[in-house]
Design a protein around this ligand. Structure first.
Ligand code: ZN
Length: 201
């Protein structure tokens, strides 16, 4: 029995049929038929539209995104850790153990993410989270770098280079936008899973 999530339940109390405005409170499932007019209501979509908190407040969203976060930490920690091991201990054994423990940690959080859904979504939603994280980081870094380069080119009176970086900045903004859409989609999957397993309060 999953925990009752207060935020989603608050919104759920107030969700209405888009066709006739009948309150759908108390109905169970991700898709319900309106008892008043029979309209098929996509509750996930209705809830996602009204969601007014960051997506990581969606039920189990952080568990689903943890493997991607873990991989990011690994990328940061691995070279540093290996450098320290090479200096202090030498030996391939420690390096292998260290790398293996990071990989096992990732496998552990991936397994926890899998358990959120217990079906193929348990693989592809966390996998998608990796892609979304890459898009968001690439987008953020891209915008920052492009804006600085654009300004430098502008100061150097080099309009063509400045224009080039402006176009690249737009590509980076598109990456950010796609990443945000990915976050929304993943949160929708988490909300759907919650609705499938939790009867209304
Ligand atoms: Zn209705």
């Amino acid at each position: 029995m999953p925990d009752i999530e207060p935020h989603i339940e608050t919104i759920r109390q107030d969700v209405a049929c888009p066709a006739c405005d009948y309150n759908l409170r108390g109905l169970v499932g991700a898709v319900v038929n309106c008892p008043e007019c029979g309209h098929e209501c996509d509750v996930v979509q209705l809830l996602t539209r009204r969601w007014d908190k960051p997506w990581y407040h969606a039920p189990r969203y952080s568990t689903v995104c943890l493997p991607a976060g873990w991989l990011l930490i690994c990328i940061a920690v691995l070279p540093l850790g290996l450098a320290v091991i090479r200096q202090r201990f030498g030996g391939l054994l420690f390096a292998t153990l260290f790398t293996a423990s990071l990989v096992m940690g990732w496998a552990f959080v991936m397994d926890r993410a899998w358990r959120v859904f217990h079906d193929p979504r348990g693989w592809w939603v966390p996998a998608l989270a990796h892609g979304v994280l890459v898009l968001l980081i690439a987008g953020l870094a891209g915008v920052a770098v492009c804006v600085v380069c654009m300004l430098i080119a502008f100061i150097d009176s080099d309009p063509w280079t400045a224009t080039g970086f402006a176009v690249l900045a737009l590509v980076a903004i598109a990456c950010l936008w796609a990443g945000r859409l990915g976050e929304r989609f993943m949160a929708g999957q988490c909300i759907k899973r919650y609705l499938e397993h939790t009867p209304a309060e």
